[in-house]
Write a protein that binds this ligand. Structure first.
Ligand SMILES: *Cc1c(COP(=O)(O)O)cnc(C)c1O
Length: 404
């Protein structure tokens, strides 16, 4: 059912339009080239896909459903809203599509150890999960501040057998963890593979991570045709680094479908406290590639804010930047308050508790659907489930103050 040809290739240097590329230390060029070669070789090998797709089916639980949210659609009073249920994957989000693919590649390259960065801990958990299953040593780099904020995920990673290594540099958050993981990787790439967590970073990561996530868009496209007899009018996804969005959008790019990327507007786009790199950033180099990012006059990366840790990243993948620049991609955003409202609306209307990240996409989708006809279809990527966010939402809704 999956189309395994690689479409929309970047150029040889890994550029999507003017964005992307490989801006890394000299010492990283060779290991990145080795990964690139191994990836293309693996992708052309049917046995690689046989094992990958078998794991996606029997370990992850794909195909994920496409669900017509009838009650929510009726409440919104416009287009029909369909949810791509990535929240039903093993580990509760789309991220495992990527970690399975890269872990298989690591094993194929003869690496016995994997490392990864993590912010909220979701990519760390998805990496530690596959490392446990493949019996690989696993080190997860995590800002000390994030370790403090994300205790349950730190414990999960440790239970899964991973070492969680605190990073104290900078603001001790995700961007610093990426820098540290890249630094450690330079010195250890002989036996170590770096599982990058989103469709950003130096070539070939944006391309490779996208390819591992195209199952999302390919399934959704076929499911929508089957259930509604046509393609969606609009497809919507939240954007942190951009992996769930490009996984949905890539297989829909050549269709007449409006594509909408939804960034975290935090306390508002004008507040300065947000993570909207496409809407409010400018081109620059971050974590090995040229894309949009949030920085100050001196080029220092800015601190970001979002209610959802998974969107709290100052950069964005280069392919989304190129799609925005060419006019193929529309950029929208949702504030913390919008996301919290959508989180509650979906939970009450459909009995589905979404991740706060996904709630941003949902908030924008509801706004868009409200202005459309009942016969039209809005497809939303429900990138993850909300169990991990219950503590945050409890605090925000003041649940602790309520009498039982
Ligand atoms: C990590 C995460 C995101 C953001 O990452 P992308 O690479 O932009 O997809 C979105 N939703 C969930 C549930 C996540 O865990």
């Amino acid at each position: 059912m999956y189309d395994l040809t690689i479409k929309h290739m970047p150029d040889e240097g890994g550029h999507f339009g003017e964005f992307g590329g490989r801006f890394a230390a000299e010492t990283l060029m060779q290991p990145l080239k080795e990964i690139e070669d191994a990836f293309f070789e693996a992708w052309a090998d049917p046995s690689f896909h046989e094992e990958r797709l078998d794991l996606l089916k029997n370990y992850v639980g794909r195909i994920t459903p496409l669900y017509h949210a009838k009650h929510l659609s009726a409440e919104v009073g416009g287009a029909q809203i369909y949810l791509k249920r990535e929240d039903l994957n093993h580990t509760g989000a789309h991220k495992v599509n990527n970690t399975i693919g890269q872990a298989l590649l690591a094993r194929r390259m003869g690496k016995k150890k994997v490392i990864a960065e993590t912010g909220a801990g979701q990519h760390g958990v998805a990496t530690a999960t596959v490392a446990a299953m493949f019996n690989m040593t696993c080190d997860i780099y995590m800002g000390r501040e994030d370790i403090r904020r994300q205790a349950p995920n730190v414990f999960r990673m440790k239970l899964l057998g991973a070492n969680v290594i605190p990073v104290d540099s900078g603001t001790a958050t995700l961007k610093d963890a990426v820098n540290e993981a890249l630094r450690v990787w330079v010195a250890s790439c002989e036996d170590t593979y770096y599982i990058f967590g989103t469709a950003a970073g130096p070539h070939p990561f944006p391309l490779m991570v996208r390819q591992f996530h195209t199952v999302i868009g390919q399934e959704a496209r076929a499911q929508c045709l089957e259930q509604t007899g046509k393609l969606p009018d609009v497809a919507v996804a939240c954007v942190g680094g951009g992996s769930n969005a490009i996984g949905l959008f890539e297989p829909l790019q050549d269709d007449d479908i409006r594509l909408v990327a939804v960034e975290a507007a935090g306390h508002g786009l004008e507040s300065g406290e947000h993570a909207a790199a496409l809407a409010k950033g400018r081109p620059g180099i971050i974590h090995g590639s040229l894309s949009y990012l949030l920085d100050d006059e001196e080029g220092q990366i800015l601190g970001t804010h979002s209610i959802s840790a998974g969107l709290d990243y100052p950069g964005v993948g280069p392919e989304l930047a190129a799609m925005m620049k060419s006019g193929r991609l529309d950029i929208d955003s949702a504030t913390d308050a919008d996301a919290l409202q959508a989180f509650q609306a979906l939970t009450k209307a459909e009995g589905i508790i979404p991740a706060l990240e996904s709630s941003h996409g949902l908030a924008a989708a509801m706004r868009i659907a409200a202005k459309m006809d009942k016969e039209q279809v809005v497809l939303v990527n429900l990138s993850g489930r909300g169990d991990k966010d219950l503590g945050t939402v409890m605090d925000l809704l003041g649940f602790h103050d309520e009498k039982a």
